[in-house]
Design a protein around this ligand. Sequence first.
Ligand SMILES: [Zn+2]
Length: 78
Amino acid sequence: MQKLSDLLESFRVYAVCVPCGRMEALDLARAAARLGEGATVADLRARVRCGACRAFTRDVRVVYVGPEDRRADFRYRR
Ligand SMILES: [Zn+2]
C-alpha cells in the first residue's frame, strides 16, 4: 500500500463524491501531517469527506502528475 509521503512529489489525490458529482484535489502535505508519517492511501480514503454535502465519500483517485519541476499537463474530463 502506498504511503502518502511517497505520493507527495509526483502525485495528486482527488476526493470524489458521487452524489454531488464533485471532485476536489486534496492537500496531501496536510493530510500526511495530520494522519501521521506512515499513513497510507487507505487511511486517507477512510477519512475523506465531501466539502459540500459532508458525506464520507470513501473514494479517492490518485493521479500521476510528474515531479514538481516537470508536471504532466493533466486535465480531468467528465
Ligand atoms: Zn458531496
